[in-house]
Design a protein around this ligand. Structure first.
Ligand code: ADP
Ligand code: MG
Length: 242
């Protein structure tokens, strides 16, 4: 069957922690071939939404659909098999394995265990040189983040979810990451980036959704939404503490 052009959809998601409504009726489409971004101040519910999409949190109401199939009750590891890859902020790289072995693990956990995809992912992230044979333990954070992304890509995902992918990266690393993520979107992957850093979003996203207090309050083309937010302000205009 032909994959739908909106592989991942959230409908009327609701999550409460105790009595506190962290998600209050969230609808979201994550289309193929686009980078979508969810922005918003700390506490807006971005990570909670991310966890509902990845399957690490089950909403109390609403639905998550993948290729038209309701996966709301499908656990995270099974969603990975169905083509939803993610990266972890606390890196999930296995320290005793080499770079290439880590990426192979990603292929085995993914949608298709394709050795070609392992090599492509290593190449795309610049990990196909001698570094491929080094143990992950002791590699610099910037490299580990590339290993983490290669691991997520090696299973040939249809959807890639990233929570604050630029955290801890320097300017050059952010530029390189942006190029890689753009290339994936141009290849047809549906990308969703949950991000606090509006400069990264400005250079990367096609579509931006603004969250506040558990709801999506604005959605639209990135240039339009970011202009309305005043993203050229060096302080983060979404963060009242900035
Ligand atoms: P964001 O990622 O936008 O900063 P989160 O989704 O992490 O926001 O959090 C949304 C709100 O839910 C915040 O007020 C946060 O304190 C609260 N929250 C998040 N996780 C939990 C939890 N496990 N238990 C209770 N409250 C939580
Ligand atoms: Mg968060």
């Amino acid at each position: 069957t032909r994959p739908t052009s909106v592989p991942l959809q959230a409908r009327a998601l609701r999550v409460s922690y105790g009595g506190f409504l962290a998600l209050d009726g969230v609808d979201l489409d994550v289309p193929a071939g686009r980078v979508s971004a969810v922005v918003g101040p700390n506490g807006a519910g971005k990570s909670t939404l991310f966890h509902c999409l990845a399957g690490t949190l089950r909403p109390s109401r609403g639905a998550v659909r993948l290729g038209g199939r309701n996966v709301t009750r499908v656990p995270a590891h099974a969603r990975t098999r169905l083509g939803v890859a993610r990266t972890f902020q606390q890196l999930a790289v296995l320290p005793s394995l080499t770079v290439a072995e880590n990426v192979r693990v990603g292929a085995e956990q993914g949608r298709i265990a394709d050795p070609g995809a392992v090599e492509r992912a290593l190449r795309l992230l610049g990990l196909d040189g001698p570094v491929r044979s080094l143990p992950a333990a002791g590699l610099p954070t910037g490299t580990l983040r590339r290993v983490e992304l290669a691991r997520a890509l090696a299973g040939s995902p249809r959807v890639l979810l990233l929570d604050e992918p630029a955290a801890g990266l320097d300017t050059d690393e952010v530029a390189a990451l942006t190029r890689v993520l753009r290339a994936l979107a141009d290849d047809g992957t549906a990308l969703l980036v949950v991000e606090h850093d509006l400069d990264l979003v400005a250079g990367l996203a096609d579509v931006v959704h603004v969250m506040a207090a558990g709801r999506i309050v604005t959605s639209g083309p990135a240039s339009q939404v970011l202009r309305a937010l005043g993203s050229t302000d060096p302080r983060d205009p979404l963060d009242p503490a900035a």
